[in-house]
Design a protein around this ligand. Sequence first.
Ligand SMILES: C[S@@+](CC[C@H](N)C(=O)[O-])C[C@H]1O[C@@H](n2cnc3c(N)ncnc32)[C@H](O)[C@@H]1O
Length: 285
Amino acid sequence: MQERVLPLAEGTVSSALTPAQYRDIHDFLESQAGIRLGDGKEYLVTSRLGRLLPSLGLGGYDELVQRLIGYGNSKIQLAVVDAMTTNETFWFRDMAHFRILVDGILAETKPTRMRIWSAAASTGQEAYTVAMSMQDAMQAGRLSRGMKYEIVGTDISPTALSEAQGATYCGISAGRGLSDDQRRRYFRDQGNCIELLPQYREGVSFRTFNLLSPFDPLGRFDVVFCRNVLIYFSQDRKREIVSRIARVLNPGGHLFLGSTESMSGHEDLFEMRSIAGGLVYRLRR
Ligand SMILES: C[S@@+](CC[C@H](N)C(=O)[O-])C[C@H]1O[C@@H](n2cnc3c(N)ncnc32)[C@H](O)[C@@H]1O
């Protein structure tokens, strides 16, 4: 944690965001979570943190910045990181990836056990879509019914993960990405919400985890989904995380990145494979 002591604000605390406060919040987020807001994203900070200030008992951004970088209050720091994450996700996002996993990788390797990491799991749609795709393939006889799997979903945002753990989705975006048939097949209605059926939750667990911390406590994986998160990081940080992912992959393991993300500078570690209309990266060893 950065230890910079700022003098306490005097007089009335302003609720407007000054360029210096924006820079301090920006630098705090990058050092704690790797997230780079970039220039001109003041509106994002005020729209996400403006609401948070009163609930944290803070009178304005001056006081917030003091708590973030002055004498580090971890409750406030965690709440700010949580609020500043972008948790957008949906069911079967980049559909080709799930086809590649089931009909490409698993059909080819026929494992009896699999460990899969959804490394920026957000509200759980990615991890559960993996489970849904594999269960469907098992029921259809395309994968062995005896295959055991564990899917570990991690994210820095406790708010997103609590929705993932509950596996109940409400509001207009609840079924985003699902056809009517999939919605009926995988979910049951709970009032205005949809709840994922228990069989698709089996083998799936979630925990809070920061991608900037060491990966060893998570164990090793056969497949890693690290999609639509590295876009928020600097090139150096992205490169460093991809090489650490390589170290927790089992030999021949696979990495999925978001469809708009590319793997550059890691050709020595990963080979790119194009399967079923999508891309995946296989560890070279
Ligand atoms: C846009 S979502 C992507 C969700 C999902 N992987 C997908 O592709 O649909 C990005 C997620 O990355 C998480 N995130 C951002 N920085 C992180 C970090 N340092 N460690 C772990 N998760 C992080 C955010 O909380 C957010 O839920």
